[in-house]
Design a protein around this ligand. Structure first.
Ligand code: C2G
Length: 222
């Protein structure tokens, strides 16, 4: 079995991270993802991380690409992990080109293309808003069609109770993540669009409020 490992903060998980995880997974059979702890990020100078470690782990899990998620909390851990897990490939985005060549002594090192035009910084600035969809009513389809022409909105994920329908709906509409639970969906987005026809609409609205996620309406698009 070919084991691949990658690391990151994965703050406000977005399409760039998802592409990276998909490509890393495709390099082998088993993908280990090291998510940095808040303390480790602070120690390495990343002081503006928005999401908690738990939220970032949940977001990585929701992509479905990670076979195992570990925490990265100290310098020098990469070599320890590669040896401990018997890793064959270390993969990371091309913004790190050359930086991890020292790991070539332990496994192969692959720099994967970075996705242009999206970053956690842009999301933190509030210049792009991540939308999650709940339900599959006609109003959702209309919303997706209108939102896709607005560059400041990104439909990040959808959740429909029937997992198979959810996957079909996402692939039909080009939505990156079919969330496996309502909690996963909320972890992945800033705002939620809840279909009028959702059976559990009231519960979802209450849950969104509890988690401090705002709801968006069709008016957001005009
Ligand atoms: N990434 C990408 N495209 C983007 C943004 C990020 O391909 N538009 C990739 C990065 O290159 C990295 C991964 O997504 O491989 C995670 O990015 P970050 O969350 O920014 O994590 P980073 O600070 O790069 O930490 O020990 C931690 C690692 O060294 C990497």
């Amino acid at each position: 079995m070919k084991k691949v490992i990658t690391y990151g903060t994965f703050d406000l998980l977005h399409q760039g991270h998802i592409n990276l995880l998909r490509r890393a997974k495709a390099l082998g059979d088993y993908l280990i993802v090291g998510v940095t702890t808040e303390e480790f990020d602070l120690a390495r100078g990343k002081t503006n991380t928005h999401d908690s470690t738990e939220t970032r782990i949940e977001a990585v899990r929701a992509t479905g690409y990670a076979d195992e998620i570990i925490l990265e909390d100290h310098i020098g851990q990469k070599i320890e992990d590669i040896v401990r897990f018997g890793v064959d490939v270390f993969a990371i985005g091309s913004d790190w080109e050359g930086h991890f060549d020292y790991l070539k002594e332990y496994c192969s090192v692959v720099y994967l293309p970075r996705t242009e035009g999206i970053s956690s910084t842009m999301l933190r600035d509030g210049s792009v808003m991540r939308i999650g969809l709940l339900g599959s009513g006609r109003d959702i389809v209309e919303f997706v069609a209108a939102a896709s022409s607005n560059p400041l909105l990104r439909i990040e994920a959808a959740y429909i109770k029937d997992a198979l329908r959810c996957r079909d709906f996402c692939s039909e509409h080009g939505i990156p993540i079919a969330a496996s639970s309502v909690a996963d969906l909320f972890a992945l987005c800033d705002k939620v669009f809840i279909s009028d026809s959702c059976e559990s609409r009231e519960d979802y609205v209450r849950e969104a409020k509890r988690l401090g996620k705002s709801l968006c309406s069709k008016q957001l698009l005009v």
